[in-house]
Design a protein around this ligand. Structure first.
Ligand SMILES: NC(=O)c1ccc[n+]([C@@H]2O[C@H](COP(=O)([O-])OP(=O)(O)OC[C@H]3O[C@@H](n4cnc5c(N)ncnc54)[C@H](OP(=O)(O)O)[C@@H]3O)[C@@H](O)[C@H]2O)c1
Length: 300
């Protein structure tokens, strides 16, 4: 008896990562199902069950999240409803259909006090409600479906979303000087790269037994790690290279009194475990920054 054609199910298809996943070619011999609000509400188990009802073989990607890091401090219930309960609902529905799930988590599960890059075995200690809710999501998901790959990533940016490089681009076009923290270290990760890697590994997970060692928790973030200030300098340099008239990036310290969520000082992630398991290098964000800068200047 022949197997049904596998489906790559993208939940959250209109977010930053979801749009990149939707724009990629479908793996050979697969079909793709794109799901987004209002068609699916991940806070509602019945809605998730209904959306996955017809899928009998494939891999589910959870690209949904409550990502408003500062707002989450005063919107705890909704952050947990999406990031913890949503992850559990998707994992449960996927498990019922025998589908593995690829889920995205965050560097904000760490408190940032480590000297070097974080490994998967390092202790977690989120500083923010967002970080807490994402950590709770990892745990809820792992409890609901053993056939999971959790990818903790960081500082996600793309050519078509509101993100750090776009904000720096806009600020440098309008101001002579833009001060950026030089005491927050992390790994910028292009959503396009993340989407390519997720699409590449999905076929590896199809039909694997629940106890296969490929399932589990991984760090996957762009390299090299650097400070927000140094990242902004790279954006400034690229803008100049593209002939733009720009302001100058200046270093400053993080304001401890600033309203909103606390962010880890160092949340660099080591992706070695992922590289060894899937034989794919961590992506280099510098390869995609020029295309993003070009896109930020395009009024379309
Ligand atoms: N952005 C970063 O810097 C960063 C850093 C580390 C990790 N991550 C993780 O990377 C993943 C992708 O992030 P992203 O930047 O692509 O996020 P994003 O652009 O904010 O997209 C999140 C998507 O989730 C959808 N969503 C929210 N609540 C939902 C619900 N109840 N039901 C269905 N869909 C819902 C949103 O739908 P609407 O479009 O309808 O609002 C949105 O399209 C997330 O897991 C995030 O936590 C992001």
């Amino acid at each position: 008896m022949s197997h049904p054609v596998p489906t790559l199910v993208i939940i959250g298809a209109r977010g930053q990562l979801g749009r990149c996943l939707a724009a990629l070619p479908i793996p050979n011999g697969w079909e793709r199902k794109l799901l987004a609000r209002p068609e699916i509400d991940v806070t509602d188990q019945a809605s998730v069950d209904a959306a996955l009802e017809s899928v009998t073989r494939g891999v589910v990607v959870n690209a949904t999240a409550y990502t408003a890091v500062d707002k989450a401090e005063t919107d705890r219930e909704q952050a947990f409803a999406v990031n913890r309960d949503g992850a559990r609902h998707i994992a449960l529905a996927a498990a019922r259909h025998g589908l593995p799930i690829i889920h995205i988590s965050t560097d904000f599960v760490f408190d940032g006090r480590k000297g070097g890059a974080y490994a998967e075995s390092d202790p977690v200690a989120p500083l923010s409600v967002y970080g807490e809710s994402k950590l709770a999501g990892e745990e809820a998901l792992a409890g609901a479906n053993p056939r999971h790959v959790v990818l903790r990533t960081a500082w996600v940016f793309s050519r078509h979303a509101a993100c750090f490089p776009r904000a720096i681009y806009t600020a440098l076009r309008g101001k002579p000087e833009v001060a950026v923290p030089d005491d927050q270290i992390g790994c910028p990760t292009a959503a396009e790269h993340l989407a390519e890697i997720i699409t590449a590994i999905a076929p590896d997970l199809l039909d694997l037994a629940p106890d296969d060692p490929l399932f589990g928790l991984y760090h996957l973030a762009g390299q090299p790690a650097l400070s927000r200030y140094a990242f902004a300098q790279a954006i400034e340099a690229e803008m100049k290279k593209q002939g733009l008239d720009v302001g100058k990036v200046l270093p400053r310290k993080t304001d401890p009194e600033a309203p909103g969520a606390r962010r880890p000082a160092n949340s660099a992630l080591a992706s070695d475990h992922f590289t060894a398991a899937f034989r794919l290098d961590a992506p280099d964000w510098r390869t995609i920054l020029p295309a993003c800068v070009t896109a930020y200047g395009d009024p379309a």
